[in-house]
Design a protein around this ligand. Sequence first.
Ligand SMILES: Nc1ncnc2c1ncn2[C@@H]1O[C@H](COP(=O)(O)OP(=O)(O)O)[C@@H](O)[C@H]1O
Ligand SMILES: [Mg+2]
Length: 256
Amino acid sequence: MPEQAKKYAVFNNKGGVGKSTIAVHIAYGLALKGEKVLLIDMDEQNDASLFLGFTSEDFAKSFYDLLTGQSICLSECIISARDNLDLLSATHIDRINEKLYKENDIRCFFSHKLQAIEPLGYNYVIIDCGPQRSKINDAVLHFVDGIIVPVQAEAASVKAIGNIYEYLSDLGLDDSMIAMVVPNMFDQRTTDGKENLEFITEFFEDTNIVTPPILRRIKITECGKLGQTVYEYDEDAAMHFEHLVERLVSINGRTK
Ligand SMILES: Nc1ncnc2c1ncn2[C@@H]1O[C@H](COP(=O)(O)OP(=O)(O)O)[C@@H](O)[C@H]1O
Ligand SMILES: [Mg+2]
């Protein structure tokens, strides 16, 4: 029996903080290390898919079809995005949310609906979440082993850090699920950037979950628009994501 996949959600209540960027780069960085990865794009914007160069037209079927179709199997909904990296995209997020509202207990919803993942031998499942509280995010957070929280190093984003703790507590989940807090779009040239990074570091000073910051880099913005990762586009910028990937591998005690 293959080992169960380690499952991580990339989540923050706020939009535009780098969730999709970080989800894609962690997923691809792991794949480059020889880990078999499934990236699930659970946001209606489908940015994670777009950042890898895929549009909804590339998917004959999506997670939504899996939930509603009678005899649709998971492998029909998954596409190969890169070597070792598969992609499952979710369309009709609003309808999935509606469906979840009718479920009595959503805690096992994904582990039940996605049980066909386990025999496929993935080492990691990375889920790119949409922002804000939603039924679908409730269900995702119940499904995963850990959460990766990108925090944009700017004032509003930093102030919102507490919301995620409140959300986990409302769901009855332990905040030890937060595996990494990733300061993103850090601009070391500005006082504001430095102060915000200091605040993040102080907020989490009793833990070791804050990673080194990812700098704001135009190459990171550009590559997303081109449907490429920085690993393929700009090696220097790729180094920013490498420490996240290494930390995940070390948390999970696997070396290849
Ligand atoms: N470190 C960074 N430097 C420059 N641009 C970034 C960085 N991280 C993310 N971006 C860009 O910022 C925008 C928002 O990022 P995205 O990952 O889509 O955020 P979210 O998924 O939280 O909404 C995108 O255009 C993305 O390319
Ligand atoms: Mg996103």
